[in-house]
Design a protein around this ligand. Structure first.
Ligand code: ADP
Length: 474
């Protein structure tokens, strides 16, 4: 049992003013594993005040000082990797391969930002004017539970890289992971007040952050409905916004695809992070001419994927994060059947042999049309829809016919052809033939997938604003 009863303000772990407690669970066993004492709006105000005090000195730091801080953060995460893996395993329960990637990626986020700061032009000229890219002030970050370490690290890295200070409101159900990560980050010895973290609920601490007049920018990762509330709240004080939201990403299997390579990639893009990924390729678009062959292969290979707890290294799909989310995913599996789609594999209930834990059956629907709700709404679980297309133009039209535009995948035996198709897609990232994660590529989406981009110079641009100094002609 871990009882998380501290928040992080002004360089120290402190007891929050808020005193409401929330239980924490292991999603693979449903066992209660701890509690978190939640902060409240008063704690948030104290955190913002600390960040505000720290801002002037942080804004004046040189490139070299920011890079040194980022390197120390990277090293601190690397040094704490084993503890991070243990916390994520217990509190999130994802497959071991995914946890290993997440922890390594958390360190890499700081490394990549350090390189981005190195090459970023903070001082520029425009005409005869001198332009300086300046940090905005205190940044407020709100993060979700599906990749707690990575999102906290990304938002902190952008704050440091831009010379801002930050107050983070993480997902309250990930409090053990947040605490272990903070214990690592504390070792990096950032100046007091640069990093502040307040556990609490969205409607209380999150809302206080988005409304706070001393917060200049909100960087949010989460659902589109929460983003709408945040956007409205940010309006009064004209806050800048970076929003990384949902997706309903298409995976286009072109008619020349080699199924030995394409089917496993399509499945793992869809079932990534047990389907709890904004980038999940949850619509698989297949050529009608090969539909029967591809769906047969999808069924065969999906049924081979092992579902279970992270202790088994062969597991590819873990539990859903909590009971309410499990119920929500089940309701979509029911909805797909009501809408007239055909269950190719999976369905309602738990997989055989898993009586405890919030495990859902990896589910694939065929005979899906792009107008069905299961093809339009983000399910955030291991539920995929197969949609048939007539030709390449039709595939592109279906792929782009979505409220979202976060990510897309193209699979073909001909890479140039896949890239040609990619150029027609409305998506923040298009992944060709299962290309590995590129930590330098901009991340974010079109349409209701968000606003702005994270990572590299694109991410820094969103955290900075130009000041031009105009001089009289000599
Ligand atoms: P999820 O279903 O992944 O939890 P949410 O978008 O609801 O997605 O949550 C993502 C983050 O946003 C969490 O930290 C949550 O507490 C926070 N959040 C939820 N509602 C609000 C709100 N009204 N204002 C600010 N933050 C919120």
């Amino acid at each position: 049992m871990r009882n998380i009863d501290r928040i992080y303000i002004d360089g120290a772990f402190v007891t929050p003013h808020g005193n409401r407690c929330l239980d924490l669970f292991n999603p693979a066993t449903e066992a209660k594993i701890g509690t978190v004492r939640l902060g409240d709006a008063e704690d948030l105000r104290i955190a913002v005040a600390a960040a505000k005090r720290a801002f002037p000195a942080m804004a004046r730091t040189s490139k070299a000082e920011r890079i040194a801080m980022l390197h120390r953060l990277r090293d601190a995460v690397k040094a704490g990797s084993a503890d991070l893996v243990a916390a994520m395993t217990e509190e999130y329960g994802a497959p071991a391969y995914f946890i290993a990637f997440s922890v390594q990626n958390t360190a890499s986020v700081f490394e990549v930002m350090a390189a981005s700061v190195e090459s970023y032009a903070f001082e520029r000229t425009a005409g005869s004017s001198a332009v300086t890219m300046l940090p905005l002030g205190v940044v407020g970050a709100i993060t979700p539970w599906n990749s707690n370490f990575g999102f906290i690290a990304t938002k902190l890295a952008h704050a440091i890289g831009s010379g801002s200070t930050i107050v983070i409101k993480p997902a309250e159900q990930s409090a053990i992971q947040t605490q272990v990560l903070l214990e690592c980050l504390h070792e990096a010895g950032l100046p007091r007040g640069v990093l502040n973290v307040v556990n609490g609920t969205g409607p209380e601490v999150g809302a206080a952050l988005t409304a706070h007049p001393d917060v200049a920018l909100i960087t949010f990762t989460g659902s589109t409905p929460a983003a709408r509330i945040i956007q409205r709240s940010a309006l009064d004080t004209m806050k800048r916004l970076v929003l990384e939201l949902g997706g309903k990403s298409p995976t286009i299997v072109l008619d020349d695809a080699d199924l030995d390579a394409a089917v496993p990639v399509a499945l793992m893009s869809g079932f990534a992070n047990s389907g709890q990924a904004c980038v999940a390729g949850s619509r698989i678009l297949v050529p009608r001419s090969r539909e029967a062959e591809i769906t047969a292969r999808l069924k065969l290979e999906a049924e081979r994927l092992r579902v279970g707890a992270p202790a088994d290294p062969e597991v590819r799909i873990g539990p859903l994060a909590n009971a309410a989310h499990w119920e929500r995913v089940q309701s979509y599996i029911r909805l797909g059947q009501e809408e007239g789609a055909t269950l190719l594999t999976g369905g309602e209930g738990r997989p055989q042999g898993l009586d405890k834990g919030w495990f859902a059956k990896p589910t694939i629907f065929t005979d899906v049309t792009n107008t069905m709700r299961i093809a339009r709404e983000e399910i955030f679980g291991p539920v995929l829809s197969v949609i048939a297309y007539d030709d390449e133009d039709d595939a592109v039209a279906i792929a782009n016919d979505s409220d979202f535009g976060l990510q897309a995948y193209v699979l073909s035996s001909d890479e140039d052809r896949a890239i040609r198709v990619a150029r027609h897609l409305v998506a923040g990232r298009v992944v060709i033939n299962g290309a590995p994660h590129d930590p330098h590529a901009p991340f974010g989406g079109f349409r209701r997938s968000g606003l702005g981009r994270e990572i590299g110079a694109y991410g820094l641009d969103a955290f900075l604003e130009p000041r031009a100094i105009l001089k009289p002609a000599r």
